[in-house]
Design a protein. Structure first.
Length: 372
C-alpha cells in the first residue's frame, strides 16, 4: 500500500506549464470545473478575499482565530517560533505579546527579505523549523522516529501519525485542517475476532488540507510561502524524520495540502514557483523588483530595429502577444499540481508570470535583483 493512492506531482519549469497528469481523472474533473468563458475565478493572489471558512468571519471577511489562539498549545508554539525567528534575525521588532500570531510576521518578513539567494532564505527558515522540538525539550523525537519507527511502521500509519500531529498542533499557523486522501486499511484479524461486527477495513487519512492557510493569507507573499514554509518544511521532514513531503499551496483560495510520503519535484520545476508577486504583497522590495523586470524586458529587444524583430519580421507587440498565447495554451494542458482552482486560473497566472515575471523572491535572479 506504500504510495498506492498518492498521485505523482506534475512539474513545471521557469515558464513551462506542469506536465499532464498520468491519471486522466483529475484533468477531467478540472475541465468540468472551469468556467465556460475561460475566465479565472476571483483569485486570492490577485487581492480577492477567500470565502471559505469553518470559523467565524469578521466584517472585513477575515477569519476570526480567537478560539484557536486561546489554546495553550497555540500560545506555546507561537511564542517558541517567534523566539527562534528573533534569534535568526538578531532582533525583535514587534512590541506585541509573544503569544500574538500577528507579531511573528515582521520577523518572518525580515527572514525573507534579508540579503542573499532564495536558497539562503530557505536555509534560515529550516533552522527555525529544526529548532522547534529541541526548544520544547523533545529534540529526541526526530532521531527515534527516523531510526526506529519510520523504517518499521506501515506507510499508512506514518502518514496518519503526521496527519494527527498537524491537525491538532498547527491550526494556529495554518488555520482549520482536515485529513484527506484516505486509504482503506484492513482491520487486524485479532480485532475482527474480538468484535464480531468490526468492519473488514477502515479509512485512514494520508494527507492534510488547510481550508484557508492563515500563514499564507497573512503574509500575502509567494516568497514567504515557498521560501520560509514550503521548501524548508519539505527538507526538514525529510532530513530529520525521513518523511517525504509535497506541499501544494493553492494561490486561488489559499488552501494548502501537505501530502506525506510523496516526493516533491525539484523546486525549480514546482508549479508553486510559477507565480507573480501577490497584489497585496507588502515586501519593501516589491516595487524595486517590478522595475527591474521592466528594464529586463526592454533589454531583451536584441536584434530589434525600428520596433521590428530582424529575424521573425514581427513587431514587439506581435511577439508579446504570441508569447502570451503560448503561455496560456501550455498552461491549459495541465492542472498545475493543485496550486490553482482550475486550468483557466493557472493559465491566467502563468500568463502574468510570462509577461511580468515571477515573484521577485522566488525568481532565479533574486540575488542580482537584491542589489538594486
Amino acid at each position: 500500500m506504500r504510495g498506492a493512492r498518492m498521485e505523482r506531482c506534475a512539474s513545471t519549469s521557469r515558464a513551462r506549464a506542469p506536465r499532464r497528469a498520468r491519471d486522466g481523472t483529475r484533468r477531467a474533473t478540472i475541465l468540468r470545473r472551469a468556467s465556460p468563458s475561460g475566465s479565472p475565478p476571483d483569485a486570492a493572489w490577485r487581492g480577492h478575499v477567500p470565502r471559505q471558512s469553518t470559523l467565524p468571519l469578521t466584517p472585513s471577511g477575515a477569519v476570526d482565530y480567537a478560539s484557536i489562539d486561546a489554546s495553550p498549545v497555540s500560545k506555546v508554539l507561537t511564542a517558541t517560533i517567534r523566539k527562534l525567528l528573533v534569534e535568526e534575525v538578531g532582533r525583535d521588532v514587534d512590541g506585541r505579546p509573544w503569544t500574538d500570531f500577528a507579531a511573528i510576521m515582521p520577523a518572518v518578513r525580515e527572514v525573507n527579505d534579508m540579503d542573499g539567494t532564495a536558497r539562503d532564505v530557505q536555509i534560515r527558515a529550516k533552522r527555525v523549523f529544526a529548532g522547534i522540538l529541541p526548544a520544547l525539550g523533545i529534540g529526541w523525537v526526530p532521531p527515534i522516529w527516523k531510526k526506529v519507527i519510520h523504517p518499521n511502521a506501515p506507510e499508512w500509519f506514518s502518514n496518519w501519525a503526521f496527519v494527527l500531529v498537524f491537525t491538532n498542533l498547527f491550526p494556529w499557523l495554518m488555520g482549520p485542517m482536515e485529513g484527506v486522501d484516505h486509504v482503506e486499511v484492513p482491520t487486524p484479524e485479532w480485532l475482527r475476532k474480538t468484535f464480531a461486527n468490526a468492519p473488514k477495513t477502515f479509512r485512514v487519512p494520508q494527507s492534510v488540507k488547510a481550508e484557508r492557510c492563515r500563514f499564507l493569507e497573512t503574509s500575502q507573499c509567494a516568497s514567504v510561502c515557498v521560501n520560509t514554509c514550503k521548501a524548508p518544511s519539505q527538507e526538514w521532514l525529510k532530513e530529520d524524520f525521513g518523511m517525504d513531503l509535497h506541499i501544494q499551496p493553492n494561490y486561488d483560495d489559499f488552501s494548502c495540502q501537505w501530502k506525506f510520503s510523496v516526493t516533491p519535484p525539484p523546486l525549480y520545476e514546482d508549479a508553486a514557483v510559477m507565480v507573480p508577486c501577490f497584489s497585496k504583497c507588502d515586501s519593501e522590495h516589491k516595487g524595486e523588483k517590478d522595475a527591474f523586470r521592466q528594464r529586463a524586458r526592454v533589454a531583451s529587444g536584441v536584434g530589434v530595429v525600428d520596433g521590428v524583430d530582424t529575424y521573425t519580421g514581427e513587431t514587439l507587440e506581435q511577439i508579446a502577444k504570441r508569447a502570451s498565447e503560448a503561455a496560456i495554451r501550455d498552461a491549459a494542458a495541465a492542472y498545475a499540481d493543485g496550486t490553482a482552482a482550475d486550468e483557466a486560473s493557472f493559465a491566467s497566472r502563468a500568463d502574468t508570470v510570462k509577461s511580468g515575471g515571477k515573484c521577485w523572491s522566488v525568481d532565479e535572479r533574486r540575488e542580482e535583483m537584491s542589489n538594486l
